[in-house]
Design a protein around this ligand. Structure first.
Ligand code: HEM
Length: 266
């Protein structure tokens, strides 16, 4: 199963062009949902206005190579390891889910566009990437949803209380889980038995929910967060400090309060 491309098996009944059209439709849904979100929240407008204002406070003109160095370090460290989540389980769960999703999506696109015809051999690395990505996403996403999300971790709400804010993480887990189970059932050669078709339908529906729900879910944070991290680090390097006052000329003494208990009230 781990070495079989589930989309090339599907191509025996569903033409590759239909699968490719589905991927294009999902990409269009992401673009539309994100643009509507940007128009509604006006966050990108604020972001650029703020960056323009901050530029006036810059104490140093960064050269192109300095800018490239700051951006590369931000991509490799801040974004690549989700450094803003600090050390601990929250960061590990996020990194697992984030890389799992990237592997799952890249694997899907490559297998659907390059290897979904019945007469083309798929290199085994791609189905492996896809299945491992699905498992990593289910693991990281479930760890976060059952144990780490704020409602459960800090507000003692039961894990089964579902609110709108859970749309993204649940749809993400659902796409990977139903995709993985569908591939497993397909590998059993059930000759189109109802349960293998059921999981294919669930896989399609959960993709519609995940990508069609971008406007209402936290999906777009994967675009906003990297942008904000790059802007923050550039503002630190050019001395504009995001329009914040200069650091106080005094030792950083905050009293005991900050160390009194582990921060968990968000
Ligand atoms: C493929 C890319 C990504 C995926 C699949 C992903 C997935 C997730 C999920 C499922 C959540 C939980 C959402 C919730 O509160 O219900 C989350 C939260 C979060 N993500 Fe991402 N993310 C991605 C990229 C990023 C990037 C690039 C950053 C930062 C540079 C980032 C920073 C965060 C932060 C700070 C949270 C809040 C975590 C918390 O409340 O503990 N994410 N992400």
């Amino acid at each position: 199963m781990f070495t079989t491309n589930p989309f090339s098996v599907l191509a025996e009944t569903v033409p590759s062009i239909v699968m490719q059209g589905f991927v294009v439709l999902m990409i269009l849904l992401i673009v539309t949902g994100t643009l509507l979100d940007i128009i509604h929240k006006k966050n990108v407008k604020y972001f650029f206005e703020n960056a323009k204002k901050a530029k006036k406070n810059a104490t140093k003109e960064l050269s192109t190579s300095e800018r490239i160095a700051v951006v590369s370090k931000t991509i490799a460290y801040d974004i690549g390891t989700t450094s803003e989540l600090g050390a601990g389980k929250r960061r590990i769960a996020h990194v697992l889910g984030m890389y799992g999703t990237i592997l799952f999506w890249v694997g899907s696109v490559v297998m659907i566009f390059a290897y979904s015809s019945t007469n083309v051999e798929t290199p085994t690395i791609w189905p492996m990437i896809w299945h491992i990505g699905a498992l990593m996403t289910v693991l990281g996403g479930s760890w976060f949803w059952f144990f780490l999300r704020v409602d459960v971790y800090s507000e003692a709400q039961p894990w089964y209380r579902i609110i709108k804010a859970d749309l993204f993480v649940l749809a993400l887990i659902a796409t990977s889980l139903t995709g993985f189970i569908w591939s497993y059932l397909q590998s059993l050669n059930l000759e189109g038995r109802w349960d293998s078709n059921l999981f294919l339908i669930l896989f399609v529906i959960s993709n519609f929910v995940l990508f069609g729900g971008v406007y209402w879910s936290k999906f777009a944070h994967m675009f906003y967060k990297p942008g904000a991290a790059i802007q923050k680090n550039l503002a630190e390097a050019d001395g504009s400090r995001d329009n914040l006052p200069p650091p106080a000329d005094a030792p950083e003494q905050f009293g005991l309060g900050i160390k009194r208990e582990k921060p968990k009230h968000y």
